[in-house]
Write a protein that binds this ligand. Structure first.
Ligand code: PEP
Ligand code: MN
Length: 344
């Protein structure tokens, strides 16, 4: 349930509500919105007595949250969340996802070398990206395939941030990689294969780093939001949802990109939604169209794989745009963004 405070309720009144919530054996999450403050009560609240809360000073109403996900739901927070991608830097405009500007994250599937990531970082920055992606720990179907450069790759990413100011987005595959990824990166990516790795979700929930949570390839919308709920319930509200395509019978694409999820997620959740048309199609020639379609559907951001020499990329070359194709795509989405009252 959520306790909706009256407009202008005092901090003493809010603290009193929090105390009662704790006495009921529930955990509180205080969400200060532009118009009202809400105290979300987490835990099994079915048998709890709402009467005591309803009559507290400063309380407007107590309402049950119907959705199984609570903190991720729109019922708890009406305004869309805007997630900062990195810590404030003096004199810089800090990149965010969820505001008017569509945040584009771009870069190679994998960090292959220092020269590769530095070169592409500058080109992505010039074309208008706000984040640099690159995997240092790679989830590969085959154990014999390139597994990533690990910490060395993270160091190259950090160097690219030094030179460009781009926020670094990188995948963390296991609990023991969380600390080292936090040391070098700005945004932790949870890959599709790990969307329901609940121990990992809990662990990134204990950090304050923004988390780019990819939808599992066979996960329902509800399972996706419940995965986000794990992270938020541990205290980290900075979750960015990422649709990256799902497995279907269709085989002209690597995955099927179901864009109706963008407006549907916005309807039921306050979290920002990013689309990954690279994994969502698997074909570089389909990426620009699906970037445009994602922006038209209301996506708050895009994550796009790029490579200076896709034919020789160590991973996912077939779906990677060249820097020039990426720059053209950016021009294309700027026009669509304007049409839907956004900018890119
Ligand atoms: C990736 O971003 O390179 C990746 C492995 O993505 P996904 O988890 O969506 O397959
Ligand atoms: Mn990839």
């Amino acid at each position: 349930m959520i306790v909706v405070m009256k407009n202008g309720s005092s901090s003493v009144q809010i603290e009193h509500v929090v105390k009662l919530v704790r006495e009921m054996g529930l955990k509180e999450h205080v969400i200060v919105g532009a118009e009202r403050t809400v105290v979300a009560c987490i835990g099994n609240d079915r048998l709890k007595d709402r009467g005591a809360l309803e009559t507290c000073d400063g309380v407007d109403k107590v309402v049950p949250i119907l959705a199984p996900y609570k903190m991720a739901s729109r019922e708890v927070k009406k305004e869309r969340s805007i997630i900062p991608l990195m810590n404030s830097r003096a004199g810089a405009v800090d990149p965010t996802i969820g505001g008017r500007k569509i945040g584009v994250i771009a870069g190679p599937c994998s960090v292959e070398s220092k020269a590769q990531i530095i070169e592409i970082a500058h080109l992505m920055k010039e074309a208008g990206a706000v984040g640099l992606r690159g995997g240092a720990f790679k989830p590969r179907t085959s154990p014999y395939a390139f597994q990533g450069l690990a910490e060395e790759g993270l160091k190259h990413l950090a160097e690219a941030r030094e030179q460009t100011g781009l926020a670094i987005v990188t995948e963390v595959m296991s609990i023991d990689q969380v600390q080292v990824c936090c040391d070098y990166a700005d945004v932790l990516q949870i890959g599709a294969r790990n969307m329901q790795n609940f121990n990992l979700l809990n662990k990134v929930g204990e950090t304050r780093k923004p988390v780019l949570l990819k939808r599992g390839m066979s996960a329902t919308l509800e399972e996706f939001l419940l995965a986000a709920e794990y992270i938020i319930a541990r205290g980290n509200p900075n979750v960015i949802l990422c649709e990256r395509g799902i497995r279907t019978f269709e085989d002209y694409v690597r995955n099927t990109l179901p864009l109706a999820i963008v407006p549907e997620l916005h309807r039921v959740s306050h979290l920002p939604v990013v689309v990954d048309p690279s994994h969502g199609t698997g074909k570089s020639y389909l990426v620009e169209s699906m970037c445009k379609a994602s922006v038209a559907a209301g996506a708050d951001g895009l994550i796009v794989e790029t490579h200076a020499d896709p034919e020789h990329a160590m991973t996912d070359g077939a779906q990677s745009l060249t820097p020039q194709q990426f720059a053209e795509m950016m021009t294309g989405i700027r026009r669509i963004a304007l049409a839907v009252d956004r900018e890119a």
